[in-house]
Write a protein that binds this ligand. Structure first.
Ligand code: HEM
Length: 414
C-alpha cells in the first residue's frame, strides 16, 4: 500500500469506478494483493537471516496532539522551472472534471514532488496587481496571523524565500536579507523585526496562490489561524478565521462532508509528514468576470452571501470557469500545515474551444447530485451553460473529433 493510500484511506477503486465495472477491478485487486503478499513473504524470508532486530524506538510513537518535535527535514532545493518566462509561460490547462453518470465526492489527493509546490505563469502580473489592490483596500480582512501561528507564518515566508529564487530565477533573486522581485522591483526583507508587514501578507505578494496555515491544538483538531485569502472568489477569511477544519466545511454546507470527507481528512492531517506534498483540484462556474470576489453571490461586505441572490441565465459570455489547484504540506520546524490555493480562471467560451472539454464538462455538470447542484449554484446558469456546451461538443464531433482517442491525449487533472 503506498503512502498516499495509507494517509487517506482512499481506495484505488475510485478512478476505476468511472469507466470499468467494480467486478473487474475487484478481481484485479485480489490478484494484485495476492501477488504483493507472495512477494513480500518471499522478501521477508530472504531478509530474515540478515536483518538486525528492529530497535524499539523505530516503532511509531503516538503523538501528543498540539505538540510538535521539530523535524530535521530540509525542503529539497528545486530545479529551475523549464524555460519559465513571465511573458510566455501559460497557465497549465487544468480541467479536473470527469464524465458522469456519477459524481464521486472524494478527497482526490495526488502526490507531488517538492519542486512542484508553487506554480507561477504569465498571469502573474494580473494576480500580483489584484492582490496589491486588495491588500491596499481591505488588507486586514484578507490577511491575518494569530500570535500562536506567527512562527509558522514566518517559517512559510522563509520556505518561499528559499524556493522561489531557485525555481523561478528570472523572477526572483535571493539576497542577504530575503529576496528581490526582478519584475516588480520589490525587495523583501524577512530578517528585520518587526517585519514590515504581516508575514502572510508578505507571502501573498510573492505567489499567485492564496495561503492558509492550519495549527493543530491539544484536541487534535486543525485550526485556521493564519491566512492570506485575497482571490478566493466565493469565501471570506473573516468568516472562517479561527475555525477548526470540520466547521470550515460544515458552515459552508460542503456536500457530503460528514459522510464522505471528515474522517479521512482528519486522519490525513494528523499523519501528514514534512517529507510529503499533495495536491487536489476542484472546479466551479461563476457568472461574472471578477477573479478576487464573485459579486454575483452578493456584496463582499454583506452579512450573508449565497447563490440565491445571483441573476439567473446570464449570457454565456459572462460565465467563467474557475479551478483551484490546492496543495498541502507540513512545515518541518513548526509542524503547521500549509494549504495553498491557486486559482485558474478563464471564460467558459475559451475553455470550450479545447478538444473534448465541452462534452466532458457537460457530462460532469449533469452528474452532480441535488446537493452539489445547490452548492455549485447550477440553477442559476445550468440551462445556458449546458445548451452552449452541447452545441460546442456537437461542432467538435461534426468536424471529426475522435472521441475514442481522448484517453490517449489527456490524463487527470488535464
Ligand atoms: C484534505 C484536505 C481538504 C479536502 C479534501 C477539502 C475538501 C473540500 C471540498 C470537497 C470542498 C467543496 C468545494 C470543492 O470541491 O473543493 C471544500 C470547500 C472548502 N474548503 Fe476544503 N478541503 C480540504 C482542506 C481545506 C483546508 C486546509 C481549508 C482551510 C482554509 C479548507 C477550506 C475550505 C473552504 C473555505 C471551502 C469553501 C467552503 C464554503 O463554501 O463555505 N479546506 N473543501
Amino acid at each position: 500500500m503506498d503512502r498516499l493510500q495509507q494517509l487517506t484511506n482512499l481506495t484505488f477503486l475510485r478512478d476505476a469506478h468511472e469507466r470499468h465495472s467494480v467486478e473487474v477491478v475487484f478481481l484485479c485487486s485480489v490478484a494484485a494483493a495476492a501477488l504483493c503478499i507472495h512477494l513480500w513473504q518471499r522478501r521477508s524470508r530472504q531478509q530474515a537471516s540478515t536483518r538486525p532486530p528492529t530497535p524499539t524506538l523505530e516503532k511509531a510513537q503516538p503523538r501528543v496532539w498540539g505538540r510538535w518535535e521539530p523535524s530535521d527535514f530540509v525542503t529539497p532545493r528545486p530545479s529551475p522551472y523549464p524555460d519559465w518566462s513571465i511573458k510566455h509561460t501559460k497557465p497549465l490547462p487544468y480541467r479536473p472534471f470527469r464524465y458522469g453518470p456519477k459524481y464521486n465526492i472524494t478527497m482526490g489527493l495526488r502526490i507531488l514532488q517538492h519542486e512542484e509546490w508553487i506554480e507561477l505563469d504569465n498571469n502573474y502580473p494580473r494576480f500580483h496587481e489584484d492582490k496589491k489592490k486588495r491588500i491596499d483596500e481591505r488588507g486586514p480582512k484578507c490577511c491575518r496571523t494569530a500570535p500562536e501561528a506567527y512562527p509558522a507564518a514566518v517559517e512559510l515566508l522563509e520556505e518561499l524565500t528559499e524556493y522561489l529564487p531557485a525555481r523561478y530565477p528570472s523572477l526572483y533573486r535571493r539576497t542577504d536579507r530575503g529576496l528581490d522581485n526582478l519584475w516588480s522591483g520589490e525587495s523583501f526583507d524577512i530578517t528585520s523585526r518587526p517585519l514590515a508587514e504581516d508575514p502572510m501578507q508578505m507571502c501573498a505578494r510573492l505567489v499567485q496562490d492564496d495561503l492558509a496555515i492550519m495549527i493543530e491544538k491539544e484536541d487534535g483538531q486543525y485550526y485556521l489561524l493564519a491566512g492570506a485569502i485575497l482571490l478566493a472568489g466565493f469565501w471570506r477569511l473573516s468568516d472562517k478565521y479561527g475555525m477548526p477544519l470540520s466547521e470550515i466545511h460544515t458552515s459552508g454546507s460542503v456536500p457530503q462532508f460528514k459522510e464522505k470527507l471528515e474522517k479521512g481528512m482528519m486522519s490525513f492531517f494528523r499523519r501528514l509528514k514534512p517529507e510529503e506534498l499533495v495536491a487536489r483540484h476542484n472546479y466551479f462556474v461563476q457568472v461574472d468576470e471578477e477573479l478576487p470576489w464573485s459579486w454575483s453571490i452578493g456584496d463582499e461586505d454583506a452579512a450573508d452571501v449565497s447563490w440565491n441572490t445571483a441573476e439567473k441565465n446570464r449570457a454565456i459570455e459572462h460565465h467563467h470557469f474557475r479551478s483551484e489547484r490546492q496543495t498541502l504540506r507540513r512545515l518541518p520546524r513548526s509542524g503547521a500545515v500549509v494549504f495553498t490555493i491557486r486559482t485558474y480562471f478563464h471564460p467558459v467560451t475559451e475553455v470550450a474551444e479545447e478538444d473534448y472539454v465541452p462534452g466532458r464538462l457537460a457530462s460532469a455538470v449533469r452528474s452532480w447530485g441535488d446537493d452539489v447542484d445547490r452548492y455549485k449554484g447550477r440553477e442559476k446558469y445550468g440551462e445556458v451553460l449546458l445548451e452552449y456546451l452541447d452545441r460546442k461538443h456537437a461542432e467538435q464531433v461534426a468536424r471529426g473529433l475522435d472521441l475514442e482517442a481522448e484517453e490517449e491525449t489527456r490524463a487527470y487533472p488535464y
